[in-house]
Design a protein around this ligand. Structure first.
Ligand code: DI6
Ligand code: FE
Length: 408
């Protein structure tokens, strides 16, 4: 087995989330694809004396970043809608008129798996250039069985080609397709009886998501999808309280959802119930920023109740065409008043929790996969501080330096 030791790193292991300590002059011993030992350089066990040694030159070493909420695979883009919105049209208004998500649905339905993967490749590359080693990708722009399946297949192909860990989430209940106008319950029935089972039986689904919102699906409809997911043994998560308070987050928490995402309109008084279910709050400041929203998520209450906070790009063509985790960390701090340590926890250990993968990734500790990012930084706060500067100098996934990132 190949054994290597990264030494002289400024380690941010993230084992205690945002409260974790830094370890200057730290070493990480890696056996094959896993981390075998972590500690001060001076304490490195003798058994690693002959391992290959890689000098981190005092640079910051963090877990590889995890983008736990993206819609990275889709056809075309919506720059024309962007122009319309700048002239005063509202996001919900455009959606009601059959634009918005449905515009992307048309472009996605007419694209092949190959087209979809090709279009998504530069977006994934942008994430990877900033240290991302795991990405979650949702379906939800097909809204019919075969197109949803093509999206999930494209996500798999994209990630396999790029050598990145991928979690696929079925989001058939993202929007009501035009052909089902006025028949939302029938569409939900199709999602439950046909689309989800077909995608899951093809081995394409790691989790199930629903957009629970006035312009999308009701809590009762989301529950039907979650019932089906539970029957199939799949974990659930929910786009909830993004534009209004519908109660989707609490319903999701009562079903032990992995995460509730957005939650700008979640009343602080409801946060305690999230804490009890172990559900992660995934904050998406890119959409808040891009839609010019003003209602902020209840960060103080999340903190007070110890709800794990994750951050993600929400990379999508309509509400968050943002492909930079570092910019999102900055937005999390500036717009939602997170601390830089919380922002980093949001893209590492808490993002792993939001994907149900915290036993394998998200922190630098013995037994976990050797997914790491090396940054030309003297302090982790620099990751959230700069805008448009990428200090990433190396990325390792499963013990292998990623092509192009070079060895430090
Ligand atoms: N919430 C969002 O912000 C995105 N999806 C969702 O459920 C928007 C997707 C889009 O506008 O294309
Ligand atoms: Fe989203």
């Amino acid at each position: 087995m190949y054994i290597q030791v990264l030494h002289n790193g400024l380690l941010a292991p993230m084992t205690n989330g945002a409260d974790g300590h830094l370890q200057p002059c730290g070493s990480v011993a890696i056996e094959g694809e896993r981390i075998a030992w972590v500690g001060p350089d001076a304490d490195l066990p003798d058994r690693y004396a002959r391992a290959e040694r890689i000098d981190c030159h005092g640079h910051l070493l963090t877990p590889g970043l995890i983008d736990c909420h993206t819609h990275l695979v889709y056809g075309a883009n919506r720059s024309e809608e962007f122009e319309r919105r700048l002239k005063g049209a509202g996001y919900a208004e455009i959606a009601r008129q059959g634009g918005g998500i449905m515009a992307t649905v048309s472009a996605t339905r007419s694209a092949s798996v190959n087209d979809l993967a090709t279009q998504a490749r530069p977006r994934l590359r942008a994430l990877m250039a900033e240290g991302v080693t795991t990405v979650e990708i949702k379906s939800g722009y097909g809204l019919e069985r075969d197109a949803e399946i093509r999206m999930l297949e494209a996500a798999g192909r994209l990630c396999r080609d790029a050598g990145i860990r991928c979690q696929r989430t079925f989001l058939g209940a993202h929007a009501l397709p035009t052909e089902f106008a006025g028949r939302a319950d029938e569409y939900i029935e199709l999602v439950c009886d046909d689309m989800l089972p077909a995608a899951a039986n093809a081995g394409l689904v790691d989790a199930v998501d629903v957009f629970c919102e006035g312009i999308a699906f009701s809590v009762a409809q989301a529950e039907r999808v979650f019932d089906k997911a539970a029957q199939m043994g799949l974990p659930v998560k929910c786009h909830a309280e993004q534009l209004s308070n519908t109660g989707g987050a609490l319903m999701s928490a009562s079903r032990r959802a992995l995460s509730v995402d957005h939650i700008e309109y979640l009343p602080p008084g409801d946060v305690g119930k999230l804490a009890m279910s172990g559900t992660v709050a995934v904050l998406l400041p890119g959409a808040f920023y891009f839609l010019g929203e003003t209602q902020r998520p209840p960060v103080a209450a999340l903190r007070r109740h110890g709800v794990p906070i994750a951050l993600a790009t929400d990379a999508n063509p309509g509400s968050s065409p943002v492909f930079s985790p570092l910019v999102i960390m900055n937005m999390g701090c500036i717009l939602f008043r997170l601390t830089p340590a919380e922002a980093l926890a949001g893209f590492t250990i808490n993002a792993a929790l939001a994907l149900g993968l915290s036993d394998r990734i998200g922190s630098i500790e013995a037994g976990k996969l050797a997914d790491l990012a090396l940054w030309d930084c003297r302090h982790p706060a620099e990751l959230s501080y700069h805008v448009g500067l990428n200090p990433c100098v190396g990325v390792m996934a499963g013990g292998q330096w990623r092509d192009g990132s070079g060895r430090p």
